[in-house]
Design a protein around this ligand. Structure first.
Ligand SMILES: [Zn+2]
Ligand SMILES: [Zn+2]
Length: 454
């Protein structure tokens, strides 16, 4: 029977309230920690081989066919019930092990259209077709190969320790994180309805600028929202020598670009992070023609939904107002479109983050666990906590960079090549062990131990 224990979390005024099983009798004693460590050491050679295979064979978003097949095969070999092709190329493995909470463990699977420049025997030479059919060099430049291997290692460990815990684990191999679409695709395809809905959703991300061996955590907002907005500025075209007969969209677009700069500086409270960037502007065909339209592409970043909504509303207001001020006809006013491809802010549920940070200190030692600041990159892990169920969710950071290289770069006032760089280098040993142990430790923390009465 589930014991309900209610926490309340005020994350950005969402007033999250969730019910969770009482964690009083969790599974991880010192003896369990030793058993996990011994298992991970015994599995390392096999996991390393899987990692090298994945690293040499990266696949792009929604085309993770071989990666998904490998993950499915590995999970099935452990007796886990596996469903493939969830959200296109996603994999779901369900391990039911008695009465207890349901914990979702997520690994994203896709690589990037980057040509690997690192000199390693297992470096990628892969060239793959992207979704548009164009051939591009492909690399695991974001370390998702470590995530998948870590998930396999965690599955092996948790299955081997089945006698020690009770509950259900849902292993998720998620496609297309790099185009922030995979989590939504899996949820739309029934991740929370066709399979046991999690009480907790957990994941991790490796970073090359964070030393291997360390674990980092961020309470609250961890990754920014990244929304895409397109603006089509329309005018009334004509001859460049007779501007009085036209409504010039180039001048109007220039005013809009400058006007948008005041949203963050004049409307958002100082100290609240927000970005409005016009990354692309295209219009006109020839010097003596006043064209019909100019297209702007914007990216917006922030850490709060209400800030993001404010940015969009202000962009709409300014485009409309400046269009009217320019005397553009009503039916030619600028068109503002919020694209669906954006990612939402990833918020780590504060109570659960603090709990897991404590777990990691217990397992790794306080010296190996650090708070890390939020980053302006985006992650679609956010989606697992944003459904109507408001599942408490935490994604933590696993260090994957060579500590000596990081220290040397710092000394020289530089940075090591970061994730997404063709030169990025991940130290898979001991990063793989940290991935596996942190996933297993977090799951065990939330599971009651077998044979313990509550
Ligand atoms: Zn990435
Ligand atoms: Zn990534």
């Amino acid at each position: 029977m589930k014991t309900k224990h209610v926490f309340s979390a005020a994350a950005f005024g969402l007033g999250l309230v969730f019910a969770a099983p009482a964690p009083a009798a969790r599974a991880a004693s010192g003896e369990v920690r030793e058993a996990v460590q011994a298992r991970v050491a015994a599995e390392f050679a096999s996991l390393e081989a899987i990692y090298k295979q994945l690293h040499a064979n990266p696949e792009l978003a929604f085309q993770e066919f071989e990666t998904a097949a490998l993950l499915a095969k590995e999970l099935r070999a452990l007796g886990i019930e596996v469903t493939e092709k969830v959200g296109n190329t996603g994999v779901v493995g369900v391990l039911k092990n008695g009465d207890g909470p349901t914990v979702l463990l997520r690994a994203d699977m896709d690589g990037l259209p980057v040509k690997e420049l690192v000199d390693l025997p297992w470096a990628s030479k892969a060239v793959k077709k992207d979704l548009a059919g164009k051939e591009v060099p492909t690399m695991h430049a974001c370390g998702h190969d470590l995530h998948v291997t870590g998930l396999i290692g965690a599955a092996r460990t948790l299955v081997a320790l089945k006698e020690r815990w009770r509950g259900t684990i849902v292993f998720v191999g998620q496609p297309a994180e790099e185009i922030v679409s995979g989590a939504r695709a899996m949820l739309t395809d029934g991740l929370y309805t066709r399979f046991p809905r999690p009480d907790f959703a957990l994941g991790l991300h490796v970073f090359s600028h964070f030393p291997a061996g360390l674990v980092g955590y961020t309470e609250g907002p961890a990754y920014a929202s990244s929304w895409a907005v397109d603006v089509v500025v329309r005018g009334v075209g004509g001859h460049g020598s007779a501007p009085h007969t036209t409504k010039d969209p180039v001048v109007l677009a220039a005013q809009i670009v400058l006007g948008l700069q005041t949203i963050v500086s004049r409307e958002i409270q100082p100290g609240v992070p927000a970005v409005v960037t016009v990354g692309s502007i295209h219009g006109g065909t020839k010097r003596n023609i006043i064209g019909e339209e100019v297209k702007l592409e914007l990216t917006l970043r922030g850490y709060e939904d209400k800030v993001m909504e404010h940015l969009v509303a202000s962009i709409r207001r300014m485009c409309d107002g400046l269009g009217r001020a320019a005397g553009v006809p009503e039916d030619r006013l600028p068109v503002v479109v919020l694209q669906k491809e954006g990612a939402n802010v990833t918020v780590n549920t504060p109570e659960l983050t603090r709990k897991l940070a404590g777990t990691f200190r217990e397992w790794f030692g306080a010296g190996r666990v650090e708070p890390v600041p939020p980053i302006t990159g985006a992650e679609d892990f956010s989606e697992y906590g944003r459904t109507v169920h408001r599942v408490p969710a935490v994604i933590w950071t696993v260090g994957a960079g060579d500590p000596a290289a990081i220290a040397a770069a710092k000394q020289a006032g530089k940075s090591v090549p970061t994730n997404h760089s063709p030169d990025v280098r991940f130290l898979h040993d001991p990063t793989l062990q940290t991935c596996v142990i942190s996933l297993a430790a977090a799951a065990l923390e939330l599971m009651p131990a077998r044979g313990v009465e509550r």
